[in-house]
Design a protein around this ligand. Structure first.
Ligand SMILES: Nc1ncnc2c1ncn2[C@@H]1O[C@H](COP(=O)(O)OP(=O)(O)OP(=O)(O)O)[C@@H](O)[C@H]1O
Length: 657
């Protein structure tokens, strides 16, 4: 017999049970270990405890690190947080861009797009060195006819924590992105920066902020800072705020051509108002410390230029607000006014086109009427609560309790006659300055301001020869100034008085920047041309006006016709209704009459019936009476008979009962 023994089966190789567990934590672990086993003969299971130890200690370290760093941050570090809606954000970011750690950082944000959120910050740099560089480049391009565009990329550290040294102290710059956290955050809360240092004393952080601030202001030394009011956007959760839109080189006051006396009066008035003693004077007398100016006149006569020059002269920031924006409501404007700094210039441009919803005395202005019309068609009532800024709302903002004291308010308008008296009464407007079209004096002053050579500039070509700075005669600045002066008088004599605005005259001269003679020679043609253009423009405007008027009239006529039609239809309807009513009433009356008649007839019948009935009853009664009488008679006759028989029986001796 064959001895059959079961051959010993080799054990089936499979993953260790702990591998299955590890696979859940480290996917692919069992595959890797079997590969190592088969190809390199390394048994991973031997190293398993070491691996577990390493991963455990890594996890423990990360946990401990975050715990300890939170503890250290809370108790052993100081920090400062900055939100984007504060100007200090721009200051710090501007400072950061100048630091080497920002450029060396591995995670950086590059920005050349002026439309980015930090628009104001980039403009800060552009307005200074970079702009000057660009200007030089542009000049080079003009002569070499080469196209060259250059805009430096600015770098700031990206989101996350960045380490840097400041005054030999280690600091952390943390840029925090809150955008994913909550949609309810305001725009200014969506990004923040935090700077922290070791130690419980935040003095180093304050020093950093002071340095950033100083650097920021140093850059703006000879600039006029212009802020524009933004009304905010409910969709993006942004609030109304003043946005820095640019820093312009301060315009010398002398470059604004205006009557010398008016200029001096204006400067003296503002200087007196800004004097610290004046503030006290106002306070002692309980008068609100405010001053308002109204600059009025045709377009292009220098109202905005004067406002900017004034802000630059008194080294104040200028806050420009346009009330004609559809978004400017009482709420937004008042919140903007409430956030104004103590000493500044507020410029309300073209106040007449603000479309204030009604005048103080209840009369509706032209714009109001159109607004009303619009509102009527939209089905909304015109009042302060409709959101649009009203005159009384604006007056409240200008001199209400919440209004900031110490500011210089400048309002400009092209149509003073359109303004409500309440808006320009003394106390709101303390000085009114009229800007007119250019007279001879003004025209020659504009000519001189354009062509008078400044220090370091080439002498303009005032003869028929080419400018040559090395030429002794041309280089003689004094002589050049004298010549320009002569030419300016010639020029002024050619310009008709009070016909053209300074802006128009400046436009002509700018066409011949370096050639005063060419400008002088082109003046007559320019006058003819400009008059033609103006006439054409006026004709077009008139045409438009007429068309609008016609359209309005047609609309009104249409309206009238429709109204009449409506009235007629209504009258007809009424007539018809009345007729129908009458008919119905007649019908009703007829019915009632018939009913009455019917009723009367019925009652008559009833009477007759009653009579018949009575007669029958009578007959019956008579019959019954007759019957009764007959019966009685019969009874009586019977009685007599009985008596007779009784008598006969008694007489016979029988007793009857
Ligand atoms: N009186 C002036 N002196 C110097 N420059 C002037 C004067 N008037 C106008 N200009 C020049 O004309 C241009 C337009 O001037 P500006 O904007 O100040 O006029 P405006 O009266 O404010 O006009 P608008 O009513 O349309 O706002 C500017 O470039 C300015 O330099």
């Amino acid at each position: 017999m064959e001895n059959i023994t079961n051959p010993v089966q080799p054990p089936v190789m499979g993953p260790y049970p702990q591998f299955a567990l590890l696979d859940t934590f480290v996917p692919g672990f069992s595959v890797a270990s079997s590969l190592l086993q088969t190809h390199l003969g390394i048994d991973l299971s031997l190293y398993l405890p070491i691996l577990i130890l390493i991963s455990g200690s890594t996890w423990a370290w990360s946990y401990l690190y975050s715990y300890i760093s939170a503890l250290v941050g809370e108790h052993l570090m100081s920090s400062v947080r900055i939100r984007t809606d504060d100007e200090i954000f721009n200051m710090v970011m501007a400072w950061v861009t100048q630091q080497s750690f920002a450029r060396r950082s591995r995670n950086i944000m590059a920005n050349t797009n002026v439309n980015s959120r930090s628009h104001a910050m980039w403009r800060f740099f552009e307005s200074d060195d970079q702009n000057e560089e660009e200007e030089e480049d542009e000049e080079e391009d003009f002569w070499t006819r080469k196209k060259k565009t250059k805009r430096d990329v600015q770098y700031t550290p990206s989101y996350g924590s960045h380490f840097f040294w400041f005054h030999a102290r280690p600091l952390f710059f943390n840029r925090i992105d809150n955008r994913d956290n909550s949609s309810s955050l305001t725009a200014s809360e969506k990004e923040e920066i935090e700077i922290s240092c070791f130690g419980r004393n935040p003095a180093i952080l304050k020093a950093l902020l002071a340095e950033a601030r100083e650097m920021y202001h140093e850059k703006d030394e000879c600039k006029t800072l212009i802020y524009r009011g933004s009304t905010g956007n409910a969709n993006t959760n942004s609030e109304p705020e003043w946005k820095r839109c640019m820093a312009r080189s301060t315009r010398p006051f002398s470059t604004v051509i205006l009557e010398e006396k008016t200029k001096n009066d204006l400067i003296a008035d503002i200087a007196d108002y800004l004097n610290p003693a004046t503030r006290k004077w106002y306070a002692n007398r309980g008068i609100p410390y405010r001053r308002g100016y109204l600059l009025h006149g045709p377009p292009g006569t220098g109202k905005s230029s004067l406002s900017l020059a004034l802000a630059g002269y008194f080294k104040m920031r200028i806050y420009i607000l346009s009330l004609s924006s559809p978004m400017s409501s009482e709420e937004t404007v008042s919140s903007l006014f409430a956030s104004l700094p103590r000493k500044c210039v507020v410029l309300l441009e073209d106040i007449d086109s603000a479309g204030l919803t009604h005048t103080r005395d209840g009369k509706s202005s032209e714009t109001t009427e159109s607004n009303n019309e619009e509102n009527k068609t939209n089905g909304t009532a015109t009042n302060t609560t409709s959101g649009k800024l009203s005159l009384s709302g604006l007056l409240n903002i200008l001199d209400g309790v919440a209004s900031q004291e110490g500011r210089v308010l400048i309002m400009t308008t092209n149509h003073i006659e359109k303004l409500d008296k309440a808006l320009i009464r003394p106390g709101r407007v303390d000085m009114t300055v009229l800007f007119g079209r250019a007279d001879n004096k003004m025209a020659s002053a504009i000519f001189r301001s354009i062509y008078a050579p400044h220090e370091g500039e080439d002498i303009p070509v005032y003869d028929d020869r080419v400018a040559d700075p090395t030429d002794e005669k041309a280089a003689d600045r004094e002589e050049a100034l004298e010549r320009i002066n002569e030419l300016s008088h010639e020029f002024a004599a050619k310009i008709p008085e009070h016909e053209f605005s300074p802006a128009e005259i400046q436009g002509l001269l700018l066409r011949h920047k370096r050639h005063p003679l060419a400008a002088l020679n082109a003046t007559e043609d320019w006058i003819v041309q400009t008059r033609k253009e103006k006439e054409a423009q006026a004709a077009e405007e008139k045409k438009k006006e007429d068309e609008e008027k016609k359209k309005k009239e047609e609309e009104e006529e249409k309206k009238k016709e429709e109204e009449e039609k409506w009235k007629k239809e209504e009258e007809e309807m009424k007539k018809k209704e009345e007729e129908e009513k009458e008919k119905e009433e007649k019908k009703k009356k007829k019915k009632e009459k018939k009913k009455k008649e019917d009723e009367e007839e019925v009652s008559e019948d009833e009477d007759e019936d009653e009579e018949d009935e009575d007669e029958e009853k009578k007959k019956k009664r008579k019959k019954a009476d007759a019957k009764k009488r007959k019966e009685k008679k019969a009874e009586l006759e019977v009685g007599d008979k009985d008596k007779k028989t009784q008598k006969e029986s008694s007489d016979s001796g029988y007793i009857t009962p």
